[in-house]
Design a protein around this ligand. Sequence first.
Ligand code: SF4
Length: 360
Amino acid sequence: MNLLDIPAGLWAEKFRELGEPPYRGRQTAHWVFRKGVTDPQAMTNLPPSTRTRLEEEEMLGIPSLESAHISVDGTQKLALRLADSPVIESVLIPRKGRMTLCLSTQAGCGIGCRFCRTAAMGLIRNLSPSEILGQWIQAMRHLGGSGEPSTDRLLIDHIVFMGMGEPLANLDALVVAIRSLTHPEGIGLSPRRITVSTSGLVPKMRLLGEANLGVQLAVSLCAPDDLLRREIMPVGRIYSIAEILEACREFPLKNRERVTFEYVLLGGKNDRPEQARALGRLLAPFRSKVNLIPFNPFPGSPFERPEGDVVQVFADILSGFHITATIRKSMGPDVLAACGQLARENIPAAGSEYREETVS
Ligand code: SF4
């Protein structure tokens, strides 16, 4: 049993079941979630018998940090090795005084979006909550240097589930991880600072809404009509844009919150002015904002990056429909850490060791 697979708010109860005082569960959670410590022997306020038990029963396992690639813009791509060998990636994005962590929810992905490098891996498997939260712990340690980041201020203040995988295809683990991220006995992050991105799995969008976690929702739309969307995102053959918009309407958001629609702009494919107008007409009646993401090419990718001022023209047309359109600055493309660029070969673990590389 891995404690990290249980929501942080239930650790005290779990310790009671294990015959330990419940407050030991809270103490352990504090070490793990606030200090980033998962070595039981370092948990100095636990009695030796509890430490030994946590250690011998391997209750606090997380993926190991294998490498960090640092982009010229400060973005850091972390590669983490899972216990059964696959490697996943997380990305730390420093921007405008914020530190955002982009988390993976699956090793690989089975959705097959044609603009995404992860799609070429196929789905290897879902991640467990401990593997999702382990990315956060390793990122905190990496930033803190010592493994003991300050508890006064979280070094990471925003989380986006936009790494490898379709988060809603691993909904159960995602929900447990979010409960630990937001619970005061876990990481204690405001749910408003957490964004879950989906390719538009309509039934799972409804289940996420029913879980009432208070998180933000982002949907990859990438086309103004179903015909084009099916070509770019095969998942469009299962769920139509109309069904997706209906599920977005039902998603529980607070007064001023809006669903974000992500639109990867593919040169000559979905970036024309008439397509911007069609998107504007589609979304104008809707409480939304649009995040335009100029395509980030990767080796062998079938699309081009939009040319010249195409992106700005597209944004201006949407603004004409009173839609807030932001253009996402590409972060970390030199280390293949930008949106849609995450992918790893399933390299054998033998002989691997942590390394850090800076691109300059
Ligand atoms: S964009 Fe997301 S859902 Fe689509 S293939 Fe890539 S990882 Fe999967």
